[in-house]
Write a protein that binds this ligand. Structure first.
Ligand SMILES: [Zn+2]
Length: 59
């Protein structure tokens, strides 16, 4: 069980690090529209790309 908890903690730390890094970036101005990468109509695009495309979470 300890290994599972360690893994969960590691994941949480990675997520926190990413959040902190993102928070230090200037906030990009978003605009609704069609994503240039996946073609989906999204409420917020930055540089023409939706959030899943920008952060690489889209499978
Ligand atoms: Zn997209």
């Amino acid at each position: 069980m300890a290994d599972t908890i360690d893994e969960a903690n590691a994941l949480a730390e990675q997520h926190l690090e990413r959040s902190l890094r993102a928070a230090r970036q200037p906030i990009a101005v978003g605009a609704p529209g069609e994503c240039e990468e996946c073609g989906e109509d999204m409420p917020r695009l930055v540089n023409g790309r939706c959030a899943p495309c920008r952060d690489g979470s889209r499978q």
